[in-house]
Design a protein around this ligand. Sequence first.
Ligand SMILES: NC(=O)c1ccc[n+]([C@@H]2O[C@H](COP(=O)([O-])OP(=O)(O)OC[C@H]3O[C@@H](n4cnc5c(N)ncnc54)[C@H](OP(=O)(O)O)[C@@H]3O)[C@@H](O)[C@H]2O)c1
Length: 255
Amino acid sequence: MTSTLPKGALHHSTVLITGATGGIGRAVVARCVAQGATVLAAGRDEEALVALCKIAGKSVHPLVYDITNEQAVKDAFRDIQKKVSDGLIPPLYGLVNNAGVMMESPLSVTSMDKLKLQLNVNFLAPYQHMQYAARLMSRLRKGSIVNVVSMVSEQGSAGMSAYAASKAALTGATKSLAKELSPVGIRVNAVAPGFIETPLTDHYEADARKKVLQRAVMQRAGKPEEVADAIVYLLSSQSSYTTGHILPVDGMFTP
Ligand SMILES: NC(=O)c1ccc[n+]([C@@H]2O[C@H](COP(=O)([O-])OP(=O)(O)OC[C@H]3O[C@@H](n4cnc5c(N)ncnc54)[C@H](OP(=O)(O)O)[C@@H]3O)[C@@H](O)[C@H]2O)c1
């Protein structure tokens, strides 16, 4: 599949992508590189990140940290700021809060640990990333943040209350921060994927997969590249008059 964006839509821009070694993350890295971006690929698995950088090319820089470690996030942004000041990379223009965890469990057996982990990874860490990114972006009065939420946060799904709540929190923050950060030139949007073929959905057995996919008008799973194309559109100036938008990439899921 090829992108329809004009070539070089992200030229002279640095984009930080969390969860870069995951299914959607890899596709976003590849699409951003294809559009001329300098990519900061963030993840926990150093080996996988180094391998990704080898494939993706010189414009991809690995950043190894756990996004739930507040000090590590702070250090990562300090590192980014230093690289920019030293002229090694262009200023930070884009942030893709893509890392996420999904743990299905009914209310009665959802432990506080599972609940907190999903809130930490899917909401608190992206929020902290937006805080630091906005500080850097506001200096140039230019930036675009794209959060990866989920169609589940709007429609709900039995056995996914914790995950849905964590993504709904990020959806609310997306809309509020779009209003708050517009005066300093930063747009904040989100994509809401449906069922996408990635390691996150690998565990679905054939029957469960069929049942989920029947809810999509398009009757098929999405590809990571289809989500990545929507993310790159929202990052780029092609969407310069769009902020606070939650873009579904779900083949039209119906409740
Ligand atoms: N696939 C779908 O159907 C679907 C649908 C709706 C929304 N989404 C959302 O799309 C995003 C990407 O998911 P995906 O499908 O690409 O899943 P994935 O392949 O499992 O990727 C998730 C990524 O998040 C990273 N991550 C998790 N916890 C982390 C932490 N504490 N610190 C740093 N990185 C962490 C993982 O890194 P490790 O490899 O180190 O664990 C992995 O790279 C997620 O936010 C997910 O909720 C996916």
